[in-house]
Design a protein around this ligand. Structure first.
Ligand code: GDP
Ligand code: MG
Length: 198
């Protein structure tokens, strides 16, 4: 069985973060907690790769559609459609426009509980309610209401895998095995060494 320290997650720095010159700030946050960067690349994604990325989980269209409809209802608002699949069809079109608007940086971070730790540092999906101290809470002020009324995807700076399974699928989607660099950091001796302090 793989050790906790071998868990990996995928992060994509989205086009708005690159335009806002936040690359260093974002990478710094994942780096300083003790995670290890095992690969990264900068490129302009195709709409096809983005659509595949969001639909790697066959349930994504239904689940995200239902979640979005519930979000409207909870705020006392009328959703643009009551059909979850129609909601995600619209969402996907906007996501494709947003994510192909310029270069992105895709990265893989490795370390104990990498998926949950990265999500914690990244913050909740909607910047309006993301916790202070998180990337989405500290560097951006968008909301679903504003992005919906302006007919665009919410700008939340980064994508981070939501579960270990999602991370595995997304890593395979964006990287080949050869691109991932299995290397050691000196700092890992302090983070994980079972002899330390004994
Ligand atoms: P993430 O993992 O935090 O990025 O969130 P999800 O995987 O749930 O959703 C993926 C993307 O779909 C988000 O980054 C948003 O662009 C969009 N999205 C998700 N939920 C909603 C919603 O309730 N309203 C709107 N307008 N967009 C949403
Ligand atoms: Mg997600």
């Amino acid at each position: 069985m793989a050790h906790y320290k071998d868990e990996r997650t995928l992060v994509i720095i989205k086009p708005d973060a690159i335009q806002r010159t936040l690359i260093g700030e974002i990478i710094g946050r994942y780096e300083r907690i003790g995670l290890k960067l095992v690969t990264m690349k900068m490129f302009v994604p195709t709409a096809e790769m983005i659509e595949q990325h969001y639909t790697l989980d066959p349930q994504w269209r239904r689940v995200t559609g239902e979640k979005t409809i519930k979000g409207y209802m909870d705020k006392g608002l009328k959703p643009p459609s009551t059909d979850p699949l129609e909601i995600t069809r619209i969402l996907l079109e906007k996501l494709k426009e947003y994510m192909t608007a310029g270069p992105v940086i895709a990265m893989i971070w490795q370390g104990a509980h990498a998926v949950k730790i990265v999500r914690k540092l990244t913050g909740g999906t909607e910047p309006l309610t993301s916790d202070v101290g998180t990337i989405r809470g500290d560097y951006v002020l968008d909301s679903y209401q504003m992005s919906d009324s302006d007919g665009r995807a919410i700008r939340n700076l980064v994508h981070a895998s939501g579960s270990v399974k999602e991370a595995e699928d997304e890593i395979k989607h964006w990287f080949t095995k050869k691109e991932i660099i299995d290397h050691k950091l000196i700092s890992e001796q302090i983070t994980y060494d079972i002899e330390f302090g004994c």
